[in-house]
Design a protein around this ligand. Structure first.
Ligand code: 8X3
Length: 249
């Protein structure tokens, strides 16, 4: 039977691109997201069987109910891609909107934990599994006005290390992926639909595409069993750090 991968935030961006590439590689997929119509559209596009779970990663009970509802044929999750997460707002710490802070900490940190705790026990029981956490260059380097988003991704970095230490004796691999600028709806969400501001983030250079990150994830989860790609930063060629991008106008 084909390996089962579970992807959170599968309805757009890196999650959607990862679903397509893993399906092309023969994985059966559990697609998680908030927007059922989008997941249904994606399901139709895939080459392999998929199972849809709709929940908001922030809702611990909703996450529990969703995973408990999985039929037995879908319970042996071998690969978990913790992709769901977003940035909300970008302002100096003294100007931060508490609703934005909550949204980022609750989805990027609590959400990752809410999902992981439902999948890890099965992996431990089977003494096998692979967790891939989507961090960010922002988890490694703080940039001006990035404060809480950067903190949420720094927490992901710490959780990747912590999971790797704790799950090592159980035969479970943990990988951390830290992308730089990727042209998805990330900036449109961060700037609450202000498309001009969002477009400006990617002006004057060639950013990564969601597919570039998906290809890396595919490499990570199909590496030989004895190989763990523990931590990868992936940047566009024009980007050297969280704050330095060469732009041509
Ligand atoms: C997304 C990359 O640099 O916009 O996580 O924070 S950045």
């Amino acid at each position: 039977m084909n390996r089962i991968a579970c992807i959170t935030g599968a309805s757009s961006g890196i999650g959607l691109a990862t679903a397509k590439v893993l399906s092309a590689n023969g994985f059966r997929l559990i697609l998680c997201g908030r927007r059922l119509e989008r997941l249904e559209a994606l399901k139709k596009d895939l080459l392999t069987e998929s199972y849809l779970l709709t929940f908001d990663v922030r809702d611990r009970n909703g996450v529990e109910n969703a995973f408990q509802s999985l039929p037995s044929t879908w319970q042996s999750i071998e690969v978990l891609i913790n992709n769901a997460g977003n940035a909300h707002g970008m302002s100096a710490i003294q100007d931060g909107d508490v609703a934005d802070w909550d949204a980022m900490m609750h989805s990027n940190v609590d959400g990752l934990l809410n999902v992981s705790r439902m999948v890890i026990p099965g992996m431990i029981q089977r003494a096998s599994g692979h967790i891939v956490n989507l961090s960010s260059i922002a988890g490694k380097q703080v940039y001006p006005n990035g404060n809480v988003y950067c903190a949420s991704k720094a927490a992901v970095e710490a959780l990747s290390q912590g999971m790797r230490l704790d799950l090592n004796i159980h035969g479970i691999k943990v990988s951390n992926v830290a992308p730089g600028a990727v042209n998805t709806d990330f900036s449109a969400v961060r700037f609450k639909g202000d498309q001009q501001k969002a477009d400006a983030v990617y002006n004057g250079f060639e950013p990564l595409l969601a597919e570039d990150v998906a290809d890396l994830i595919q490499y990570i989860v199909t590496a030989p069993e004895h190989v763990n790609i523990a931590d990868v930063t992936i940047l566009p060629k024009a980007q050297a750090s969280a704050t330095q991008i060469v732009r041509k106008n």
